[in-house]
Design a protein around this ligand. Structure first.
Ligand SMILES: [Zn+2]
Ligand SMILES: [Zn+2]
Ligand SMILES: [Zn+2]
Length: 616
């Protein structure tokens, strides 16, 4: 299974559950987690480790890509980060919030999932099915920042919640409520400017968190800004009461209630405490509000408020071998502070070629714009060129010249690459040894070569592909039965077999059951001549040609299964959505992009027809 862009983990689990058609959520939970009772929390899910083998990604990728953990991360201590990620991977509880205690917060988080009706439509068109977006579930985010409409937690017509995530149920992202109301038609455009700003602020904060761009010295920035805004006394004390009342005039109690954030009133309210001690863990939603309050947007948040230390951009790409060298391709600078000198350090990354450099600022002259202190990453374009030069060969010095860097850089690059390759080949030789050993160990149990090969098919074919010389030289020759020599009229035989195969093909293709893949062995077995086909195909040219046309690749087979599944589902009067088709077809993993495209086009076609029949 693959995750869609920005797909929430709970969405993946729900799709897995529906795809496999377990009745009730319990068997799925047992299958995935090995646990009977397990609720998959929306933002900080636990017991992630067993899921990794289903979606084939690393633990870090899931934490970073499919949970809301990165949103919290910049506001946690190293120790907290370690403890929470460990709990998310290995812990058995429903949610980290309850067990870790570190995120104890004044913010009320809703467990209801949110969806955007317009994204629903777009995703169905693009991927063949909608899914739960992570961005929509960010705490306090009530709008889709792409479509600027309200996110739904329930059907606007019948008030049925769009999601259920409890002990009995796990919702896949729906297109329709159970009453048949089309959710994708329920677009409510937002008219509240403040909500929109907050939503944008939350998404921007989240993006900055993902990129690791949240400044580590928030307290310093907050205090500085408060002083600039005349919220500090001459003695440096924060005028807390004024701050709170200004804050409340920007964010009305009504809005705060919608967000699940309490009003900051009275002594020791969250806002005062946060400005006093922002080092403590506060909910990122609160930070988003404070940043909006102080700067009107995270992009304006900079300690050098009167003048940007690197100017306003765009900034040039300094990749000497790119055709856009020195052209202003970089729109964004990430500013941090040098811990030694307290000077601003800017990081610049070119979107076109991936070249990423940094420089200590502030810039004092125009020439500064074209200098860098350090290349952080040469980027994909440079690396591709380096690889092709290295493959062609030549002296390191000449390659360095062509890449416009010094030899040391090339040497370093080669060394790093070599290390990666070594690791891969070490892995392979370990696998090879295991397979060799197993094969040799099993060899004595068999009388014939055929039986031996069949019983050890996986190892045999792996070694045949990767270690053929060893395989052929190490296997003892089995005693072969002497063959009776017979004169055979191959031409005649070829014709007869062709007819038999044609009959078999008709049977295989016409059946009402789920299409089986048409393979040589299936045809061979069904006409009772498998060995003949396997051993003497070269003497049967017509048969060979016929087989070549009719044998199915996995791709062709999946496509045929999809056709079959769609017509089945239609016949049953059900909606042809993606998971249902895949489940009906018995497809666990879509083999190629062609199949994916075919499936999506099929769904669109079916979907429109379905709507026709409804309205007709
Ligand atoms: Zn949307
Ligand atoms: Zn409804
Ligand atoms: Zn570039």
């Amino acid at each position: 299974m693959r995750a869609y862009p920005d797909e929430l983990l709970v969405s993946l689990v729900a799709r897995y559950h529906h795809l496999h058609g377990h009745s009730g959520i319990k068997p799925s939970r047992r299958k995935i987690y090995g646990l009977d009772h397990k609720k998959t929390s929306v933002d900080l899910p636990t017991t992630i480790r067993p899921i990794l083998s289903i979606i084939h990604v690393s633990a870090d990728e899931v934490l970073q890509g499919n949970t809301i953990f990165p949103f919290y991360r910049p506001f946690l201590s190293e120790k907290q980060i370690e403890s929470i990620s460990k709990q998310m991977l290995e812990g058995r509880g429903g949610s980290v919030h309850q067990t870790s205690g570190v995120m104890a917060s004044v913010v009320k988080v809703s467990e209801l999932l949110r969806l955007c009706p317009s994204c629903l439509k777009e995703d169905s068109r693009k991927y063949g099915e909608p899914y739960w977006h992570r961005e929509h579930q960010l705490p306090g985010n009530l709008l889709c920042h792409i479509h600027q409409c309200e996110l739904l937690t329930q059907c606007l017509i019948c008030n049925e919640p769009v999601s259920a995530n409890n002990a009995k149920d796990l919702s896949i992202c729906p297109l329709f409520c159970s009453q048949g109301h089309d959710l994708s038609a329920q677009v409510a455009n937002n008219k509240d400017e403040t909500l929109l700003k907050i939503s944008k602020g939350i998404v921007a904060l989240f993006k900055a968190s993902l990129e690791g761009e949240i400044p580590s010295d928030l307290r310093y920035l907050y205090i500085n800004r408060l002083a600039q805004m005349n919220f500090c006394t001459v003695g440096g004390r924060i005028k807390q009461r004024e701050v709170c009342s200004q804050f409340l005039s920007l964010f009305s109690p009504d809005i705060l209630k919608k967000l699940g954030v309490p009003k900051p009133v009275g002594p020791n309210n969250w806002l005062s405490t946060m400005l006093r001690k922002p080092r403590h863990s506060f909910h990122p939603l609160l930070h988003a509000l404070v940043i909006e309050f102080l700067w009107c947007g995270i992009e304006r948040m900079s300690p050098w408020t009167d003048k940007a230390p690197f100017g306003n951009g765009p900034w040039p790409c300094l990749n000497k071998i790119a055709d856009h060298y020195k052209k202003g391709t970089i729109k964004k600078v990430m500013v941090t502070r040098c811990t030694d000198t307290n000077n601003p350090v800017g990081s610049f990354k070119c979107e076109l070629c991936g070249f990423n450099y940094s420089r200590r600022g502030p810039d004092l002259a125009v020439e500064d714009t074209f200098s860098y202190g350090r290349v952080k990453d040469f980027g994909h374009y440079w690396k591709a060129k380096a690889d092709s030069l290295l493959q062609k060969g030549g002296s390191i010095r000449s390659i360095a010249r062509a890449l416009d860097v010094d030899s040391r850089t090339v040497n370093l690059y080669v060394k790093k690459k070599q290390e990666q390759q070594d690791e891969a080949s070490l892995h392979r030789s370990k696998e090879r040894d295991i397979r060799r050993k197993r094969l040799l160990h099993n060899i004595h149990d068999f009388q014939s070569y055929e039986c031996f090969r069949k019983a050890n098919a996986k190892d045999y074919s792996w070694l045949y592909r990767h270690d053929r010389e060893w395989l052929l030289s190490s296997l003892p020759s089995f005693h072969k039965q002497p063959q009776r020599k017979l004169r055979v009229n191959w031409k005649q035989r070829d014709k007869e077999i062709t007819q038999e195969i044609n009959q078999a093909l008709i049977k295989l293709r016409m059946g009402q059951n789920k299409p089986l893949r048409i393979t040589l062995s299936k045809i061979g077995r069904s006409i009772g001549k498998l060995a003949l086909l396997e051993q003497h195909l070269n003497k049967l040219p017509i048969t060979k040609g016929l087989l070549k046309i009719n044998l199915e690749t996995e791709e062709q087979h999946q496509i045929r299964k999809i056709d079959w599944a769609v017509s089945n589902i239609k016949r049953q009067g059900q909606r042809p959505v993606k998971w249902r088709i895949l489940r009906e077809a018995g497809i666990r993993v879509v083999k190629t992009e062609n199949v994916e495209h075919y499936l999506i086009s099929k769904i669109q076609e079916a979907f429109y027809n379905f709507q026709d029949t409804i309205s007709a």
